[in-house]
Design a binder for this molecule. Structure first.
Ligand code: E4P
Length: 221
């Protein structure tokens, strides 16, 4: 499963890229607003950091297909690894079809049911983004939606990648992997929680304590 960061903050992206596990970045208008930088410059810089590691999703904000297509053309012209993020809906589906005809890759976002995801796959989405955390918030099981989409993808041979999004916990991350998601995107805070474990910290502290008891002349560093 690929690991994407769901952020528009450059420092977070640089940091995770330095760990060697970054496969891409997703952004949305709320994250772009939070970053507080000119949108185009920010997306271009993110795309440069991500480079050949993978893609960067930049979202359109028009509510009609023609506007979405125009914005998709623009954002994907900024760098070769940018994918246009298109909100799900009738206009979104229309826009995806038009984008596909032009070779523009689309991440269909705001997917809240397997049915919506299936339609987006049929339209030719490059990625579909089921919003696990927000589905859970509504009292339903977000991971079930990811599982169903992975099953549908396999059953009908879609090439679309299932991108598990709106992840809030470490469990969301491992459950996405177990469900067979192609990609999981998460905030920096979730990824750092997934890395840290109290027993890893305790174990290291005790190894270092024991190491220090070896006389200096007997250790190489
Ligand atoms: C997906 O690509 C979205 O940007 C994101 O995962 C939304 O997550 P949220 O529900 O935490 O805002």
């Amino acid at each position: 499963m690929k690991i994407f960061l769901d952020t528009a903050v450059l420092d977070e992206i640089r940091e995770v890229a330095s760990w060697g596990i970054l496969d891409g970045v997703t952004t949305n208008p709320s994250l772009a607003a939070k970053a507080g930088r000119p949108f185009e410059r920010n997306i271009r810089e993110i795309a440069e950091i991500v480079g050949e590691r993978g893609t960067v999703s930049a979202e359109t904000v028009s509510t009609d297909a023609a506007g979405m297509l125009q914005e998709a053309r623009l954002v994907t012209s900024w760098a070769g690894n940018i994918v246009a993020k298109i909100p799900f809906g009738a206009e979104g589906l229309k826009a995806v079809r038009l984008c596909v005809q032009e070779g523009i890759r689309c991440n269909v976002t705001l997917i809240f049911s397997a049915m919506q995801g299936l339609l987006a796959m049929k339209a030719g989405a490059y990625y579909i983004s089921p919003f696990v955390g927000r589905i859970d918030d509504g009292g339903q099981n977000g991971m079930e939606c990811v599982e169903q989409l992975c099953k549908l993808k396999k059953l009908y041979g879609f090439e679309t990648a299932v991108l598990s999004a709106s992840l809030r916990t470490t469990n969301h991350l491992i459950d996405s992997a177990l469900a067979g998601a192609d990609i999981a995107t998460m905030p920096y805070s979730v990824l750092t929680k997934a890395i840290g474990h109290p027993l890893s910290r305790e174990g290291l502290a005790s190894f270092l304590k024991d190491w220090a008891t070896i006389p200096e002349e007997m250790r190489p560093f």
